[in-house]
Write a protein that binds this ligand. Structure first.
Ligand SMILES: Cc1ncc(COP(=O)(O)O)c(C=O)c1O
Length: 365
């Protein structure tokens, strides 16, 4: 069998998404003990109680297909966001929505512009459809270089992905830079603003992508229930997009792409505004504690508006392994002298700081 002739050639250079290590794998490796999984930007707390109760209540009805139109959740999201529900699309994680947007728009020869390093799924979306991924290096301070991104746009550019805050650096671009970008981006280009970490942001200069959404401009804003809402295991994300694009997305997506449990959990999580605000505050406090420790240990860190901190590491693999031996799992992408350290509970922070101190004391940083 000639598998290469059978399988689409676009897939040949692609590498499957590699998730961070699971806590159980690490526990086995280090022979038990407490493991702090700070590698996948998850929330350290479980789903909110309202969501847990709603999930339990729906279990006996799982013989029925989900609502394929996710109507109740879309209505709740529209209310929550102050947009028209005709502009909301819900996905099996925002990851699925990135892929849906790619499939709805991209063909061979098209170009997709995004910053680099940024979310690893953007190049995958481009490659999957035979489009060309155009990576624009982050500027000094590991922030989006919106000027260089504008310069990278050609006649063939169909999508620009903006990740704000950026994963893996946690950095943001500000209001003025975003307004200037939107004013100058050619209108044959769809701007997709990925705000997976929106609810963690504390900087008043952060531009909420939805404020630029008017229903006609080619702009999409993506958010997720995987991060502050603690529903990563269920897979629910959503997008706000112009109606023409909603129509296209509905052709591409699977008929029942968001399962029933996910729909009710997301619906009931939306109302937990006090708890979500509490989690954002706690995250910001722990982020500060990490900064303070990194500064003390002479580690270069980048100001983050998300639930992770990007740090410079000359020997990332060695530091990653040393942290693992202390039960702390961070993310080494293997492509830069850097590591991404997740922000967790105060106990996670204690363990992370203690591990870095121990490694520093042995000259291992
Ligand atoms: C920037 C960014 N976008 C999208 C996602 C995907 O999130 P979801 O779990 O909603 O698919 C992630 C997950 O890590 C992310 O970091």
């Amino acid at each position: 069998m000639d598998w290469d002739a059978l399988i689409r050639e676009e897939l040949a250079p692609m590498v499957p998404y590699a998730p961070g290590l699971r806590a159980s794998e690490v526990r086995e490796r280090i022979g038990g003990g407490t493991v702090h999984k700070l590698s996948s930007n998850e929330n350290p707390f479980g789903p909110v109680p309202e969501a847990l109760a709603a999930m339990e209540a729906v279990l006996p009805r799982l013989n029925i297909y989900p609502d394929g139109g996710t109507r109740a959740l879309k209505r709740a999201l529209a209310d929550h966001l102050g947009v028209d529900e005709r502009h909301v699309v819900v996905g099996n994680g925002s990851n699925e929505l990135l892929r849906i947007i790619g499939q709805a728009i991209l063909s061979h020869g098209d170009e997709v512009v995004f910053a680099w390093p940024s979310f690893v799924v953007y190049p995958m979306v481009a490659q999957l459809t035979g489009a060309t991924a155009v990576r624009v290096p982050l500027a000094d301070g590991e922030t989006h270089d919106l000027e260089a991104m504008l310069a990278a746009i050609t006649e063939r550019t169909k999508i620009v992905f903006l990740c704000n805050p950026n994963n893996p650096t946690g950095t943001i671009y500000g209001k003025a830079a975003f307004a200037d970008f939107l004013a100058r981006v050619p209108d044959h280009v769809l701007v997709v603003v990925d705000e997976a970490y929106f609810e963690y942001v504390t900087d008043p200069d952060y531009p909420n992508g939805l404020e630029a959404f008017d229903g006609t401009r080619p702009l999409v804003v993506l958010r997720t229930f995987s991060k502050i809402y603690s529903l990563a295991g269920l897979r629910v994300g959503y997008a706000v997009m112009p109606e023409k694009l909603v129509e296209a997305a509905n052709k591409v997506r699977e008929p029942f792409n968001v399962n029933t449990v996910a729909q009710v959990a997301a619906y009931y999580s939306l109302g937990a505004t006090d708890e979500i605000a509490r989690r954002a505050t706690l995250n910001a406090e722990q982020r500060e504690r990490l900064y303070e420790a990194f500064t003390r240990l002479g580690i270069t860190w980048f100001p983050s508006q998300a639930n992770f901190v990007y740090i410079h590491a000359e020997k990332p693999r060695e530091v990653f392994e040393a942290l693992l031996s202390h039960g702390v799992i961070v993310r080494d992408f293997g492509t830069a002298p850097a590591l991404r350290v997740g922000v967790g509970t105060p106990e996670d922070t204690d363990a992370t700081i203690a591990a870095f101190e121990a490694i520093a004391a042995q000259g291992g940083l």
